[in-house]
Structure formats: C-alpha cells, structure tokens
Design a protein. Structure first.
Length: 337
C-alpha cells in the first residue's frame, strides 16, 4: 500500500503526514476495538461476513479527486515536447482496478514492481502513434508500492518512445516536490491530483490558504495548473485511476442489499442498523462519518474504532464485526479473489 496519509482529517492536515498503509496513502492512526452509539433500530444492514471486499461508489463525490496525474518539471516539458503526451497516454487507459491488481501483485503475490509495470505496459499498447522523444528523463517514485509501480510504468513508456528514462526513489512529498521543481534530480512524477494541489496551494498561498481541491477532477485540475506554474511545474491529464478514501462492505452484504453506490446504501439502510468502522478520528472528520451523514444521509447504529484503511478495518469488515469501513480505493486487498 502507499505511504501517503489518507484524507480522514482535513486535507491540509493530512498533507503533514507521510507514513504507512498505503500511500495508497495511509493515515496510520492506530485504533482500538471499542464501539459507540445507540443500538440499531433494525437489522437489515447488520454486518455480513465475507472474504471479498467491494468499494461502494462515491456517487456524490464526498472525497477529493486524488486521481493519478503526471507532474512534470515545466522546463523539462518545454525542452521535450514528447514527454507529457507519452505520460498522458498512460492516463488515458489507467484505471483504479489496474492499481488494485498491481498493488495486489506486488504486496500479496510478491512479484517485483518492475515485472508488474512491464506486464501492464505490454498489455496496454499506449505508445502506438506517439511522437518520438530523446534525452535523459528521471522519473521519481515515493517509497511505497503503488508509486514505485507507476513511476516504472512511466519510465517504461518513455523508453519505448526514445527517452533514456530511469526511476529514482525520492521519498516523501516534502522531499520530492522541491526536487521536481528544480528539475535536476527528477523531471517527472506520478502524483495524486487533489493532494498535490493542496500541497502546492499551501506553498504558494501559505499554510492557512483556503482549500481549492474538490471531488471534481476537472475543477481541481483547473485550480492546480496556475499554482503549479508558479512553482515551475506542469500537470498532464488525470487518469480515471484514483487512490483515495473509500468505503467498503463485503460482497455478500452488497449482494444482499443490491447496492453498488453509497446513495443506494442510504436507501437500503433507513433502519439505522449500519455499523461503521474506521480510524479513531472518523466520527469527527468531514471526509469520514460526518461526511457520510451529511452528504449521503447515512445513519449508523454505532462506530467501532479500528485503523485508517489498514488490516484491522479490513478484517473487521470480512469477519462481520462492522458493516462498512474506511479503506483506500486502490488497496490490493480489493482484488477479485
């Protein structure tokens, strides 16, 4: 998983952390097993055991748009006109399911990131019709599986169109953004749109700047571009693939309720019997329980304190201890069994 903190706290606070399960980005908050809340009035949406987890679509865009997007040093892009189109070709076909399956291949099946990236490029002929490039390009990757695989995909595609492309592990965002801005050590990076936008927003407008990212991909990109220009950066085209907060249930519960979206879950669970699991701070964070209640009108019988998209939450969903829990949308554990 990735090492980025997920957005269970306000985004500005989430940017301060850089550790653990996911940079699928993890929030890494620990957690216990206590529950709180009133007893359910009914039982139609009580937990149902099952090994297969499924994410319910965030059809009202509660979460910010953390879609994968190429971030490129502006000077490098200007000198190499073929650079951004090659990376955009990846964005055109990359999906969240791809991220899930690639994370699973590395973290669960123990395949190498290089082999997984090469397999993706082989299966997706994204270089067809692209202009040729030349020169050395170093693609940065953070120190977690997803970022490493994506950086390797970028490098493999760039090699295929003529660049002398390599991958360089560069650590957390507060280290690699300055390196990308300077353009000497790295010239490209697979970024997360909303999180990167807010990081740059705080750099340009100060730590108390009002957030400009949202759940709207194009609106967030529009807000990001002028901010990036001020830092000597440019963004390519965001992909459909996203690594962001998500809420999962067992496939068994989804099938029982006949739901695929959070809105449908609201309609199916009017009796208030849902049990929510997630990090300790979930009941107070706008992207977690309050957001689910305000945006979707969901009602919960209780909340169980676990972790932020980590093994405790996933196990609690599978074991039928909670009905729904906070996960990360590209977690390898979501791969179809």
């Amino acid at each position: 998983m990735n090492a980025r903190i997920r957005i269970v706290a306000p985004l500005a606070l989430a940017l301060l952390a850089t550790a653990a399960c996911g940079q699928s980005g993890s929030s890494g908050t620990g957690g216990g097993s206590s529950s709180s809340g009133a007893n359910a009035a009914g039982s139609s949406c009580a937990p149902v055991k099952g090994d297969q987890l499924v994410v319910l679509k965030d059809d009202k865009t509660l979460q910010n748009a953390d879609n994968i997007v190429p971030a490129v040093n502006a000077s490098a892009a200007q000198k190499s006109p073929a650079l951004i189109p090659a990376l955009d070709a990846v964005s055109k076909v990359l999906t969240t399911d791809d991220l899930v399956n690639m994370n699973n291949a590395v973290d669960v099946q123990r395949k190498s990131a290089a082999d997984v990236a090469a397999g993706w490029v082989k299966d997706h002929p994204v270089t067809d019709g692209l202009a040729k490039g030349s020169g050395a390009i170093s693609v940065g990757g953070a120190n977690f599986t997803e970022s490493t695989v994506l950086a390797t995909i970028y490098a493999d595609v760039l090699k295929a169109v003529g660049f002398d492309a390599t991958v360089k592990q560069v650590g957390s965002r507060d280290l690699y953004l300055p390196a990308l801005e300077k353009g000497a050590e790295i010239q490209a990076f697979p970024e997360y749109l909303a999180t990167a936008t807010e990081a740059i927003n705080k750099q340009v407008n100060g730590p108390n700047a009002a957030p400009v990212a949202s759940g709207d991909v194009q609106a967030t990109l529009t807000a990001a571009k002028p901010l990036a220009e001020k830092k000597g950066l440019t963004f390519g085209t965001p992909s459909e693939a996203a690594d962001q907060n998500a809420f999962a249930v067992t496939q068994a519960l989804a099938d029982k309720l006949k739901v695929t979206t959070l809105s449908e879950l609201t309609d199916a669970c009017k009796d208030g019997s849902l049990i929510l699991g997630g990090p300790t701070e979930c009941p107070t964070r706008p992207f977690c329980q309050p957001g689910l209640e305000k945006t979707y009108g969901l009602k919960f019988a209780s909340f169980t304190a676990l972790d932020a998209g980590g093994p405790l939450t996933k196990a609690a969903i599978q074991q039928g201890k909670v009905s729904i829990g906070l996960v990360f949308s590209s977690d390898g554990a979501l791969a179809k069994k």
